[in-house]
Design a binder for this molecule. Structure first.
Ligand code: MOS
Length: 770
């Protein structure tokens, strides 16, 4: 069982369907491009530094803002003395709640596209402090260094109030959230009699799990460069997952017309959810630019990246009951997360436990506890990554109590139908994930007893878990322009946060029109382009990809219409279904030697270009008859040094059922990155709160640990074949989140198998193992 290594320069990805790179002008059947491991079309720009990020755009007379953050968690600002700061040469302005301009928004609480229920945080609104790290002033100066230095000279006095940042201590304040924002589904209704069934079960487990605050920590810190035009209009380069969300925010908050605000975000250095909501640096940069009537840039420091949203700390309890032969009789899953005092951030933590396994007696509960912290924020596979951790650890505990193989237990309780919604799955190849993943990993050679496998001095453990996530499609639109030189440009106001959107969209467009990859350009990250949703929820390829498909089909139809005008009518009266598009030509299906080039068609039609706008609209009525989800099976090997308590994740096999894979290479990269993050979640990541200060303390990469190369060993990705005609016309389900779900549970289960120690509190640091 030799695990396969990641190829450094693999054009064809392991486990991917159909390899091959789509370059060169040779005619190729468009369909084969879908699935090919095409190299990132933006890769060269990224590695050579040509790609520009929000803080790298320049403007004439650009000045720089530095944010001053609150030192207390709750109370009031008594006084901000700005005199020393203002006396520094080069300092232009200090914005505080005392001198900020009046804004209509301050009274009516506009909510952005990803806002939970409640009233959004409004920077510099008044003297109230609602969390530690809250921005309380912006110092604007001619250079970033001067601004930062001057910011250190601000003298702020506070009236402190008692804060509460301890989830356990605040439990009496727990409440049940409502369905307060689109996308949040409250826990499913109970089925049967879970408590009675649990009490009567022959074998049962009941365990509490917990996970810490975590922060997104993308490589690129949040930044906004606001370019101020003499007429007061703004061109804003922002780090965001949604240029339209930011454009709407700026127009609504500052009372500006849409035409006056253009938001661009051509490249994003990672976001993972941290860019779903407009962040305060955008607000402050715009406010300063309008106050000073000049261009302003605000970049957050790494420390300040810990001040606007995080994965919520969570407490969970899972009880499972089963018959002796391993059939689930009861599933009870309760979870408590935290939120701020001003917004109710709710996520689906327990819901997954009602759909992953067949069980007729289930009960769920999910509550929130308000703390004096900033509102939590979606972070890669929000909710699922936590809920599935607890469920999949509990399943492992149950397997152990039953003396049953953990994989066999899952197969025994395989859900053929989503019992939460009483609907069939649009497709579900989870069984293939289990089978192929287990085979590749060598699972059948696992010695069942904990502490029974060794590698020299180290204990070896094998663990596994299941993952799942939703497969969603949102309405999106795109524009296509095919010019007479045969080049195609497609555009949409979506983003590429590193996910590979540029490349996937280029492939879909090229495949639809039978063009080569280098004949197609895809543009994104610009609010002036056709509307697209936020990039999140793993729905971009599904949503924007469908729009790209639709608009390119419209171009096909136009081309054929024009081709009919070509002298001699070589294609006769052919309809769309009678022709194929390849190599820049339209071919008759029954006689491919009969063809018309795109250029000939456009000449015959006397046009220099074909322009189309198209919309990808979800076929909701049809789709809603089904539960649409991605699945995974994760197999993990750990090696634990008993003397030191160190855990090495030596091998991971992640088998994914994600529908059609558009790009085997970037798709695989998504899963690799997510598995690495799963290792971090299991073993390293936690933001530590000082309860006395009410402040996150390890707010730097020196102390907030994420996996480094030395922590990452063999990771093997399998994409199982999965056909789905329901999710969208492309049959794609999305890969952004599924790769992390289940990884932490598989690692925790492997650690138990290695050591016999069940660590239910993440992360599994060495002190917990010694
Ligand atoms: Mo993702 S947490 O939907 O950016």
């Amino acid at each position: 069982n030799a695990p396969r290594k990641a190829p450094l320069e693999g054009h064809t990805s392991e486990g991917g369907p159909r390899g091959g790179e789509g370059t060169g002008g040779e005619a190729r059947e468009g369909a084969s491009l879908l699935g090919a491991g095409v190299r990132r079309v933006d890769g060269r720009a990224k590695v050579t530094g040509a790609a520009q990020y929000a803080a790298e755009f320049d403007a004439e007379g650009l000045v720089h803002g530095h944010v001053v953050s609150s030192a207390i968690a709750r109370g009031r600002i008594e006084h901000i003395d700005t005199r020393d700061a203002l006396s520094v040469e080069g300092v232009l302005h200090v914005l505080t709640h005392e001198n900020r301009p009046r804004l209509a928004w301050f009274d009516n609480s506009y909510r952005d596209d990803d806002a939970p229920g409640g009233s959004p945080f409004r920077p510099l609104y008044d003297d109230r402090i609602v969390y530690s790290g809250q921005p309380i002033a912006l110092v604007v100066a001619s250079t970033p260094e001067i601004a930062r230095y001057a910011a250190s000279l601000l003298r702020v006095t506070y009236q402190r109030e008692v804060h509460e940042v301890d989830l356990r201590a605040a439990l009496p304040e727990a409440f049940t959230p409502k369905a307060e924002r689109e996308g949040y589904e409250p826990p499913p209704r109970p089925r049967g009699h879970a408590d009675e069934a649990l009490a009567a079960a022959e074998v049962s487990v009941d365990a509490a799990y917990s996970s810490p605050f975590e922060h997104h920590n993308p490589m690129e810190p949040h930044a906004s460069t606001v370019v101020y035009a003499p007429d007061g209009s703004l061109t804003i380069y922002d780090k965001t997952q949604g240029v339209l969300n930011c454009q709407a925010y700026v127009t609504k908050v500052f009372g500006m017309a849409k035409e006056q605000v253009r938001v661009l975000s051509p490249f994003v250095g990672g976001a993972f959810g941290s860019g779903l909501r407009p962040q305060y640096q955008l607000f402050l940069a715009v406010m300063a630019a309008r106050a000073l009537k000049r261009s302003v840039r605000v970049v957050l420091t790494r420390q300040q990246m810990f001040t606007f949203g995080h994965r919520p700390q969570t407490l969970q309890r899972v009880s499972l009951g089963a018959s002796k032969d391993g059939r689930l009789q009861a599933v009870i899953h309760e979870a408590i997360g935290e939120t701020s005092r001003f917004e109710r951030y709710a996520e689906a933590v327990v819901n997954w436990s009602g759909m992953l396994y067949q069980c007729d007696n289930v009960r769920f509960d999910y509550k929130l506890v308000p703390l004096d912290v900033y509102t939590p924020l979606d972070m890669r596979a929000p909710g699922a990554v936590l809920g599935v951790f607890a469920l999949e650890c509990a399943m492992d505990e149950l397997a152990h109590a039953l003396g049953m193989d953990p994989l066999a237990l899952r197969l025994k309780n395989y859900a053929e139908r989503d019992q939460n919604k009483d609907k069939p799955f649009s497709s579900k190849e989870l069984r293939a994930c289990y089978t192929q993943g287990a085979e590749r990993f060598g699972w059948s050679r696992r010695a069942p007893k904990p502490r029974s496998m060794r590698d020299g001095k180290r204990l070896v453990g094998w663990g596994m878990a299941t993952g799942l996530w939703e497969a969603m499609q949102m309405k999106a639109s795109a524009k296509a322009v095919l010019s007479i030189d045969g080049k195609l440009t497609v555009s949409s106001a979506t983003s590429d946060i590193g996910t590979g959107t540029y490349t996937a969209m280029t492939q879909i467009a090229a495949a639809t029109l039978g063009l080569a990859v280098d004949e197609v350009t895809f543009k994104l990250g610009d609010s002036s382009l056709p509307p697209a949703p936020l990039q999140g929820g793993s729905w971009t390829v599904s949503s924007v990809g469908t729009a790209v498909r639709v608009v390119c089909e419209q171009v096909r139809a136009r081309l054929l219409e024009l081709a009919r005008k070509v002298e001699g009518a070589p294609l006769g009266k052919a309809k769309l279904e009678d022709v194929t598009f390849a190599g820049g030509r339209i071919h008759l299906r029954r006689d491919p030697s009969c063809s018309v080039s795109f250029v000939e068609a456009m000449r015959a039609g006397e046009v220099l270009s074909i322009e189309e706008e198209g919309v990808g609209v979800p076929r909701s009525q049809e789709q809603n008859k089904f539960t649409r989800a991605t699945h995974s099976a994760v197999f993990v090997e750990v090696k634990v040094d008993e003397d030191l308590g160190t855990v090495e994740v030596s091998r991971v096999v992640s088998a994914i059922a994600g529908g059609r894979i558009v790009n085997a290479k970037t798709g695989r990269s998504q899963i690799l990155g997510a598995v690495v993050w799963g290792i971090g979640m299991a073993l390293e990541e936690e933001t530590l709160m000082d309860p006395k200060l009410g402040r996150f303390m390890n707010h730097s990469f020196a102390e907030y640990h994420v996996p480094v190369n030395a922590d990452v060993r063999e990771i093997d990705v399998i994409f199982v074949e999965e056909e789905d005609t329901i999710v969208n016309p492309l049959g794609v389900k999305g890969l952004g989140e599924i790769g992390i779900v289940g990884v932490a549970a598989a690692i925790a289960n492997a650690v138990f198998h290695a050591t016999g120690k069940r660590i239910r509190d993440l992360p599994i640091t060495l002190d917990k193992l010694l």
